[in-house]
Design a protein around this ligand. Sequence first.
Ligand code: NAD
Length: 256
Amino acid sequence: MSKVALVTGAGQGIGASIAMRLANDGFAVALVGRTLSKVQDVADKITSNGQKAVAIAADVQNRDDMFRAVNEATEQLGDFNVIVNNAGVAPTTPIMEVNQDTLDSTWKINVGGTIWGTQAAVEKMRALGHGGKIINATSQAGVLGNPNLTVYGSTKFAIRGITQTTARELAADNITVNAFAPGIVKTPMMNDIAQKVADNAGKDFDWGMQQFAQDISLKRLAEPEDIANAVAFLASKDSDYVTGQTLIVDGGMVFQ
Ligand code: NAD
């Protein structure tokens, strides 16, 4: 029987690419997102290739939603082995513009979603009597401070902390916990950030994107597939002896 992986925020961008890659690698995949039609579209693409996928509507900041999503994935696909806590939001927040709503909502989605996804996955893996893999989305902005991203960066630093803490806590269950840290990836999220950076400077979108590309050693922005390749390793047996780590996938921006 296929191993089962659940990916949050799988309706577009990096999450959609991860779901498609894991299906290619032989996983049955559960695609989770707030809007059912978006995750259903990606799931339909996967099933039309003869691979196994289901779409589930859930809001990652809602703990009950995440437990229900993991239960549904297990019932429909027959096991539960990997969760990719990928969903996230990235508001642009110059320090003096941070307000209570942005702070609360970003932490609830990025950090809350990671914690609830982890809890739901661990409860299920324990009930099934086997270990598994938890994979969290952080960012190069969670390794090095990025101007104008105080709130987002703070959540992504926190996710590396959660990754290290839970790796230690869950090792006895044979559950590994790792994170991936993308650099600048061509997704709707990055387009929004580049547009805002450009607007703030009174420049156009291409200028905004260029600001990011010039810091990349390999001199190109990432495709979502570049990130999915790294997540495929973290989801595979090949990473069985790796836990608590953050794999930076940024074309050479941040060196650690
Ligand atoms: P994206 O905005 O294109 O896609 C994110 C997906 O998450 C969307 O489908 C969105 O609807 C979903 N989502 C948001 N809030 C949700 C919620 N509460 N419940 C369920 N789903 C929700 O973003 P992306 O660029 O694909 O980013 C994916 C992950 O990678 C994020 O965690 C992001 O912080 C991280 N990341 C992205 C980049 C980049 O350059 N694009 C860089 C570093 C890290």
